[in-house]
Design a protein around this ligand. Structure first.
Ligand code: SAM
Length: 292
């Protein structure tokens, strides 16, 4: 398979571009694991971000009903056009995924399937912004099955009190039920990345894990709390008003009272606080504001 990828690259005079995160998958076994985790059927529409030379696209084409393959690198877009021009169920889209209008991109697919699946070997340098973007359009998707750095995968599934638990864990678990399917060693790619990778499946929840009065406030409390990780939740939130306007008018004394009301010790740090507790803090701030 490495030979196949290399020969596709060579034929098209393509050298992998490091700055575009071009680590091509060369391990057949991993393709199978990704496809199994996606549980594809011919009724599925799949969005692939960073289709590269089309190695995963080929599997998706066989198992799904329709594939939208996005790729930023013109040289690879040409390869994809050549490889898939015969297939009416593969749509190659040239562009920077972070700049594309996602609602427009997926508009025609909702005619085929109510919700789509994202299946991708992501470009590592923009993994987090891509996932955040997908979550901000969570209603469009049923699941995300992505290959990404192991460290990011561990952040996605991290629980309170663990080293990797942070704002990104809370956001991921707010929108989805995440699971690490397998760890993937550098040897599964050409060229090899420096770190381990992992396949993660995130099943998008019908309703977010926490029922909040105001989502903006919830995320402000989460981000504000983690912005000063080493400080207590009380100090971190007191200082967060400068960055998060939602928290601008909340004074330290009010916060102290609110934390006591919801039963969160003000000396705790964000890294020990559960999604439910973040939700309670955010709701109490909203209620306090509406009363004043
Ligand atoms: N899917 C292929 C595979 O599994 O071998 C390639 C995966 S490679 C890790 C990531 C791909 O994302 C590269 O082909 C790269 O050119 C593409 N890419 C990088 N930045 C992108 C962006 N902003 N939008 C769309 N594709 C991007």
């Amino acid at each position: 398979m490495k030979q196949k990828i290399k020969s596709i690259s060579k034929e098209s005079k393509i050298r992998p571009r490091k700055h575009l995160g071009q680590n091509f998958l060369i391990d057949h076994g991993i393709l199978g694991i990704i496809a199994d985790a996606a549980e594809l059927t011919k009724d599925d529409v799949v969005l692939e971000i960073g289709a590269g030379t089309g190695i995963l696209t080929e599997t998706l084409e066989k198992e799904a009903g329709h594939v939208i393959a996005v790729e930023i690198d013109e040289r690879l877009v040409s390869v994809l056009h050549r490889r898939f021009s015969q297939y009416s169920n593969v749509e190659v889209v040239k562009g920077d995924f972070l700049q594309l209008n996602l609602t427009e991109l997926m508009a025609s697919s909702t005619l085929i399937s109510e919700k789509s699946k994202v299946v991708a070997n992501l470009p590592y340098y923009i993994t987090t912004p891509i996932i955040l973007r997908l979550f901000s359009h969570a209603k469009l998707f049923e699941r995300l099955v992505v290959l990404l750095q192991r460290e990011v995968a561990e952040r996605i599934v991290a629980v309170p009190g663990s080293k990797r638990y942070g704002a990104f864990s809370v956001v991921a678990q707010y929108y989805s039920d995440p699971e690490i399917i397998t760890v993937v060693p550098p040897g599964a790619f050409w060229p090899q990345p420096k770190v381990d990778s992992a396949v993660v499946r995130m099943l998008i929840r019908e309703t977010p894990r926490v029922n909040t009065l105001d989502e903006e406030m919830f995320f402000a409390v989460v981000r504000g709390g983690f912005a000063k990780r080493r400080k207590t939740i009380l100090r971190a939130l007191s200082m967060a008003g400068k960055t998060y306007p939602e928290l601008a008018s909340v004074k330290e004394d009010d916060l102290k009272r609110i934390l006591a009301e919801v039963g969160v010790d003000s000396k705790r740090r964000a890294e020990t606080i559960t999604l439910g507790e973040f939700g309670q803090i955010a709701d109490a701030i909203v209620l306090e504001r509406s009363e004043s």
